[in-house]
Design a protein around this ligand. Sequence first.
Ligand code: 13P
Ligand code: SF4
Length: 298
Amino acid sequence: MNEKIKNLLKKRKAIMLAHNYQPPEIQDLADLCGDSLELSIKAAQTDAEVIVFCGVHFMAETASILSPDKTVLLPRKDAGCPMADMITPEALKVSLDELTSMPVVTYVNSSASVKALSTICCTSANAIKVVNSLDATEVLMTPDRNLAKHAASHTSKKIHIWDGYCPIHDILTPEDVKKAKQEHQDAVFVAHPECRPEVLALADNVLSTSGMIRYARKSKNSAFIVGTEVGLLYPLKKANPDKNFYPASRTMECPDMKKITLHDVARSLEFMEGQVKVPENIQRPALIAVQRMIDLSL
Ligand code: 13P
Ligand code: SF4
């Protein structure tokens, strides 16, 4: 199957991007694995004609926003993100009518039509930087309440918080973390900002998925408790074969991130199935919000 996919990638002049939570066999074959920010930057810069995105729907949409002339394939159309579904453009419009005028910072884990109504996007890697870059004293952050609370604790701005959350990260409790710390007393605890504030309060560092990989590589420590989706354990170990990684909770598995198989990738490339195309009237305003974020991060 690997050879078949490699040949199809060549034939289609395609690049294969994979999120750090994807299954090992997908990550091993991808041209680039990364966090949401790294994948967005790559999607904007590649000269490939086709982007096959192994991740979830909002990631493929972001690639289509950034590269509207390219064909973007999501090998499983039903790979979504429950957090992204916790905000709609209609609901955001209602909120904006109720609030005084202020910038809207939207996490990339959102639909293109919500991005289109936003001032700027952010990812877990740059949320604090994005918020602090704004020339405003009040900001609305959507859709992740935990990321918004995390940013609020690192800014003097008043943050209005949308009540969305990632069901996978929000499930992690301080008790889970304390238990893991008890079992691995020499380990450092790294957490993703989608976790609850009381969990982040126990963390030695709060990082994006790729941030965790870099941190583990540089750290003198050799044991880490990992407070994010369990798929990250694979690239963590791959990049740091001599170090040990323990999940903060084994229940933190995102079913949507596990949907794509090698078979799906091959079928998608062979038949150009699973195309994701953001319509121009949404793509244009959404691009402004995503590009502002990228410009700030380069
Ligand atoms: P990052 O890889 O950008 O940290 O995001 C995690 C995530 O939940 C993607 O769905
Ligand atoms: Fe969405 Fe959470 Fe899954 Fe990421 S881990 S895709 S935020 S549900």
